[in-house]
Design a binder for this molecule. Sequence first.
Ligand code: SF4
Length: 269
Amino acid sequence: MISLKRNTKLELVEALGKRTRASSIYNPGQTEDFKISRGKFSDFLTCQRCFYLDRVKGLAEPRTPGWTLNETTDLLLKKEFDECRKHQKPHRLFAQYGLDHIVPFEHPAMDDWRNSMHKGLMARYKDSNIILSGGVDDIWFDTKKECLIVVDYKSQANSKTVEPLSYLASPYHEGYKIQMDFYNYLLDLMEFPIGDTSYFLVVNANRGASGFHGVMEFTETIVPYQHDISWLDEQVQNMIDCMNLNKLPESNISCENCAYARQRNTEEN
Ligand code: SF4
């Protein structure tokens, strides 16, 4: 995809390929606090080299356009769940899943926790200078077990019905599970009680409808996920060790972007 750099007035400007905000660049061995988001942690798991080039070398990745249709389903779901939150009542979908003892969690910081761009759940990793963060879609409360439940909304348009087992078995959804594990890990670091199950609320657009008619229909499925936070300590430490390296780590051999760059370099020289 070709991405052109624009300033805040949307005028085309020269793309330099480097970030200028010093606070977003980590110096190996630094002792000042440094924030790492859930997305950057996922980048580390995917490719240590790209993560290092981004966080330590300050390279600016090409931007991608916003997913406004997906953001809209998130926004509308948030409105519905906020209404239930206000009245501390279960959502209309819960009864069919035997979840009517669950209500959306009420907390003064909820809007901050859902602000993935600037805030999110936030916790220091052990006694390090690394602050981990991640913006959740929602958190529910189990009134029987008195624990918090992480919820992620997912929007898709797939001709197949959403089946909980196959949904989570897809290699394309591995990242979703990592995302959920990470949010639970953050809540645990923040000393909130977490249970053993998180939920994806998957809304699937009906591609078999007879026409658009100004409306897109969706089915709604709640997919339970037994999260696991046991592996996070080790990988967060690996990530910090990687940031403190003074050399570039290995790249991911399956990455099409790097393969494209290599081939392009060959063709141009
Ligand atoms: S393999 Fe190359 S382009 Fe791909 S993520 Fe890693 S460093 Fe980035």
